[in-house]
Design a protein around this ligand. Structure first.
Ligand code: MOS
Length: 742
């Protein structure tokens, strides 16, 4: 199908404002009479608060102090389970947990005051690892330290193991990872006891809205959340903004002033969420000829001290744990467990990068055990069109993973390089290697999730003759505004410049759900497309627009319609794409409306004099349906691959008693452009009929593949299997020294 605007590289909607510095981020905004807020946090991982004192060195009468007792409604952050207080009252469960809030008109005065508050504790035993949590020697949450358990099982798993030629076992671990959005978290609140308004850097206005209603005991229309220009999020501004918004609003009520709270980098890194650390154990039954007979997978994520989003992160990880393979029998046991670190949270991929790292390292191990190449093992087991996923979902859309793999291996010169490196490595201190991963990412909310969300979007027209998109879906650098404007322009045969995006403000935009889960382009885009078509039909039916209109006809037609009828607006509510069945009890059925599929190939060089691994070239091939904006889509992939390289080789959170010790960008090292290889991006465009103009989700997919591809390449280079990330030079040093020490 020929498109006019979809598929072209139109300029970003908010691009010019960002380019000239006119875009206003939260810290650029200074309402009159503004005060500033700061947070006093726990310094121990777990225990009772025994006293709080305010030494006379600080003129406390200049400050406003807020404690849990100042909360008008419930001292609880509403997510899935209700366990996390807005402010700790009698006890703390992790380091850096908020206890008190301070406000002062002068921002410079806050740090000293925060440091001066003296809090004493009666410490209690704390735990910091998945192993400690699972051992249940110390119970820190509920009856068994477990937030949530998932179990999915299909086929005769135990019988398959009894008849297997090979049983291959492996254990794989992934670390925490900081989102490192460029703009740190920040909010401004203007609140009284009967109206709360918050502006801020956030992903999900209606999550904050829901949380604040309970905390301030206010009805829907008395809480208003407005997203300001947001400098990156990656999942990291999905849940924590509710807490900062509540804090700022509590201070605003008590001071009677608008209050701004901006986290600096070290506070943001220490106190807010990170990617869940994980441990995955695989046991696989395989036949002599390399057929996968059964999987038995145990997947555990470390949720930190409170439940937050851990159940859904664990769910996505559990569903993706078996990879893009056809299993006659499969069992996946997933658990999210508690430790006394700050709560883990959403980060691009949401559990899938963890479990896909495990399966894609494990596939290479199986291949070696059986005596097949990594490529041939996958070829014999790929899920096919008409095949079924681990949850029993039939793949009804076209799928040819063999063809995807062929194209990626050819583009990367995989076979030539494998041969070349094998020949050269014995004569070089720099060992080179090449490896790949084959994987998928389900787009949209899991299972019945989209139905429960029941998203609503609207499109209206302005008196000036423009068309405006009304959604709570937010732009945070990834391209929401541009993509949705393209979709509307295409659907209405309108000029791209005619389309505007309303600022996400809960008093204006309907609830189109959270901006997460690779759902915006595919799910919200489709709803916006339908709403735009309804708007167009109204213009046609009323006779204001001729049947075969040109883009230039639209603005005059809209102006004429509005001057005659007043409002012009169309809404669209979510409708399930075709027949989707999901059984929450059995954890079986159609987990996602669509999957994106990918083959990523990494080339590495390991310097055996410094033990430093470097990714030297990267090839990323994916089927994400129709590509709506090639430059933005390639940017999503390049950014995701860069984050994936960081996840694999650079970004290590160092913990001391549950507190992040390296909470600065000088010692938590992310790859810069100087560390990144050329990243070559390829799209296989297979339109998905239920996505906007054939698009599937793209946002999270690129985070899933790099880490296993890189570690597979490092094994190819060194002949040493590494099964944990981040993999640091010291880890390689230790393993390479082992034979010498033996
Ligand atoms: Mo996300 S990690 O679904 O914001």
């Amino acid at each position: 199908m020929q498109h006019r605007i979809v598929g072209t590289n139109v300029p970003r909607k908010e691009g010019p404002a960002k380019l000239v510095g006119a875009a206003r981020y939260i810290d650029d905004i200074t309402p009159p009479g503004l005060w500033h807020g700061a947070t006093v946090r726990s310094t121990i991982p777990r225990g009772r608060i025994t006293s709080i004192t305010f030494p006379p060195s600080i003129p406390w009468d200049e400050f406003t102090i807020v404690s849990a007792d100042d909360i008008p409604g419930r001292n609880m952050v509403t997510m899935f389970l209700e366990d996390q207080p807005v402010l700790a009252k009698d006890r703390v469960n992790h380091p850096d947990e908020p206890i008190l809030l301070l406000a002062h008109p002068n921002r410079e005065r806050l740090a000293e005051a925060v440091a001066a508050v003296q809090i004493t504790y009666a410490p209690e035993p704390a735990i910091f690892s998945i192993a400690e949590s699972l051992s249940k020697e110390t119970i820190i949450w509920g009856e068994d330290n477990t937030f949530k358990t998932f179990h999915l099982e299909r086929g005769e798993v135990d019988a398959a193991f009894a008849n297997a030629d090979f049983i291959v076992e492996g254990e794989y671990e992934t670390g925490a990872q900081e989102q490192l959005y460029i703009e740190t978290n920040g909010m401004i609140a203007e609140a009284s006891s009967d109206q709360v308004t918050v502006w801020g850097s956030l992903q999900c206005p209606y999550y904050v809205h829901r949380a604040l209603k309970a905390i301030f005991a206010l009805p829907d229309d008395k809480v208003r959340i407005i997203q300001t220009e947001t400098g990156g999020a990656f999942g990291g501004k999905e849940d924590y903004p509710s807490i900062i918004a509540a804090h700022a609003a509590l201070l605003s009520i008590k001071t009677g002033h608008p209050v701004k709270m901006i986290y600096d980098r070290s506070e943001d890194m220490a106190a807010t969420t990170k990617r869940h650390p994980s441990r995955t154990r695989h046991r696989t039954a395989v036949s002599r000829d390399g057929r996968l007979l059964a999987a038995d997978i145990d997947f555990v994520v470390d949720g930190g001290a409170y439940a937050t989003l851990s159940a859904t992160v664990c769910s996505r990880g559990t569903i993706h744990a078996a990879g893009p393979y056809q299993w006659p029998a499969v069992r996946v046991h997933g658990r999210a467990v508690a430790t006394n670190t700050p709560p883990s949270g959403a980060f691009r991929g949401f559990g899938a990068p963890q479990s896909l790292f495990a399966i894609e390292r494990h596939m290479d191990k199986i291949a070696r055990t059986v005596g097949l190449t990594a490529e041939e093992l996958r070829r014999r087991n790929f899920i096919q069109h008409g095949g079924t996923t681990a949850t029993g979902q039939t793949i009804v859309q076209p799928l040819d993973l063999d063809a995807l793999m062929n194209r990626a291996l050819k583009a990367s010169g995989y076979h030539e390089k494998t041969a070349q490196f094998a020949k050269e490595n014995p004569y070089s201190a720099i060992k080179r290697g090449i490896g790949f991963a084959t994987f998928m990412h389900g787009a949209g909310f899991t299972g019945s999730g989209e139905r429960y969300l029941n998203s609503l979007v609207a499109v209206d027209a302005t008196a000036a003759g423009k068309v405006r998109v009304l959604v709570s879906s937010t732009e945070f650098g990834q391209g929401t505004n541009t993509i949705l404007a393209q979709v509307v322009a295409e659907a209405m045969n309108a000029p791209y410049s005619l389309i505007e995006i309303a600022q996400p403000d809960t008093s204006i935009v309907p609830n189109s759900g959270p901006t997460v889960a690779s759902r915006t382009t595919m799910v919200i885009g489709k709803l916006v497309e339908r709403a735009a078509k309804k708007l167009l039909a109204t213009l046609h039916d009323s006779g204001h627009l001729v049947a075969n209109h040109t883009p230039d006809d639209l603005a005059p037609a809209i102006r004429a319609y509005i001057s005659e009828h007043g409002e012009l607006k169309a809404e669209q509510r979510y409708e399930a794409p075709g027949e989707i069945f999901w059984d929450d009890q059995k954890y079986m059925g159609d987990a996602y409306p669509a999957y994106a599929w990918a083959v990523y190939v990494a080339e590495v060089a390991v310097d055996t004099t410094t033990y430093t691994p470097t990714v030297t070239e990267f090839h990323a091939l994916q089927d994400v349906g129709t590509v709506l904006h090639p430059v933005l889509a390639a940017g999503q992939v390049e950014g995701g691959v860069a984050q994936g390289i960081g996840y694999a080789l650079y970004e290590k959170c160092v913990w001391q008693n549950g507190h992040m010790a390296n909470n600065q960008m000088t010692n938590y090292i992310m790859p810069t452009s100087a560390d990144l290889p050329p990243i070559r991006v390829y799209f296989e465009e297979i339109p998905f009929e239920h996505g906007a103009f054939g698009a599937k989700g793209i946002g999270e997919l690129p985070m899933d593949g790099p880490a296993p591809a890189i570690l597979n390449a490092i094994e190819n280079a060194l002949g040493i299997p590494f099964n944990h990330i981040p993999l640091m030079p010291e880890d390689i040093f230790e393993r390479m020294l082992e034979p010498a020490l033996a």
